[in-house]
Design a binder for this molecule. Structure first.
Ligand code: G1P
Length: 277
């Protein structure tokens, strides 16, 4: 079964400069909680316990976040403020965290391949923390995808419909609808112009991958933007085997840019923070 979740987190976060000059973009807070913690909680809630984080230079804050801070915790022990750390402490106590560094920024495919030593030969999930996904009505996106994996046993990408003029920001799929919200992928293209996009079904930052993806990534030449794209490796998997695309239930905020970040902040403030969740 799926036990591990990989978090590619080595990127520079250039859309959020200067905030991300010395701070990892995954540490940007949505109200009072960093993006990476929302991501880890979504994985934990989906039953995953092993968190594998691909970091890079200047990303030490990520490791420190999922560790005990003795001085701070000593300082606030017995006070009202202890409760603010309870969620983070619970993650540290119930999950394992392992790290590796992506030493060169050669794309998402390359980042995932860098995580291979932490994953080994088993199916795993991938979460891009700057895509914040929330489903207040039920299971989180990753939990929904894991249910689907149990049924189909193949790689899955999460998708959502986007306006046609936005396709250049995403991997875009084409496929045959085989069940409600589930497509069997026949084609996928990284960041196509609206004219070249095979549909308006865009991949968002949630994947379930079978371990055969690693060799396929290793054989993938640089594609769009000169980077090794997971989309290109998945296209090969779709041709030779099976890749599904799943239209998930819930909301997704692109927190890598100002507009999505603000929307997420407003949404979480009203629906989570004010309710003490
Ligand atoms: C990456 C993937 C892209 C996907 C997107 C989702 O792009 O390459 O296929 O649609 O994540 O957020 P990035 O946003 O890292 O450029």
């Amino acid at each position: 079964m799926i036990r591990k979740c990989l978090f590619p987190a080595a990127g520079y976060g250039t859309r959020f400069l200067p905030a991300t000059k010395a701070m990892p973009k995954e540490m940007l807070p949505i109200v009072n909680k960093p993006l990476i913690q929302y991501a880890v909680e979504e994985a934990r809630d989906a039953g995953l316990q092993h968190m594998a984080i691909v970091t890079g230079r200047g990303k030490r804050a990520l490791e420190d976040h999922f560790d005990i801070s003795y001085e701070l915790e000593h300082q606030i022990r017995g006070t009202e403020k202890e409760k603010f750390l309870a969620g983070t402490r619970e993650l540290i106590e119930t999950c394992t965290f392992s790290y590796t560094r992506q030493v060169e920024m050669k794309g998402l495919g390359h980042a995932i391949l860098s995580g291979r030593p932490l994953i080994g030969d088993e199916p795993f999930a991938v979460v891009l923390a700057d895509d914040l996904c929330l489903n207040l009505q039920g299971d989180g996106v990753l939990a929904q995808m894991i249910k689907l994996y149990k049924q189909y046993r193949c790689s899955i990408v999460a998708i959502q419909e986007v306006p046609r003029d936005q396709t250049h920001k995403y991997g875009v799929i084409a496929g045959e609808l085989i069940a409600e919200g589930v497509y069997r992928v026949s084609s996928m293209v990284e960041k196509p112009s609206p004219e070249d996009a095979p549909s308006n079904l865009a991949i968002i930052g949630r994947y379930i991958l079978t371990p055969d993806i690693f060799d396929l990534i290793a054989d993938t030449q640089p594609g769009k933007g000169g980077e090794i794209q997971i989309t290109d490796a998945l296209m090969k998997l779709a041709q030779d085997g099976c890749v599904l695309a799943y239209k998930f239930d819930g909301l997704r905020f692109d927190c890598g840019g100002a507009e999505g970040y603000l929307d997420a902040t407003n949404f979480c403030y009203e629906n989570l923070y004010l309710k003490g969740l």
